[in-house]
Design a protein around this ligand. Sequence first.
Ligand code: FES
Length: 84
Amino acid sequence: MKKMTLEICSGTTCYMLGANNLLNIENEMPSELRGLAEVRALPCMGLCNDKELSGAPYVKLNGKVIEKATPEKIYDAMRALIEE
Ligand code: FES
């Protein structure tokens, strides 16, 4: 299976609203998910200014935006991709 791409915004807004807790996610993943994603921290992705979206921190998994990202939301999204 091709590695997923997990991009974590580390811009100021996202960082202050929780992305700081996500930057180490690779080491905290449940064992069945560990190693399946290439994790990158990115500067502001510009999403924090988009009024259509509901809130930082923002993460992209294979290009798809996850709003108000938490580890559990990210794990669920990864599991959904595995099942596709
Ligand atoms: S700081 Fe994360 S999208 Fe702007």
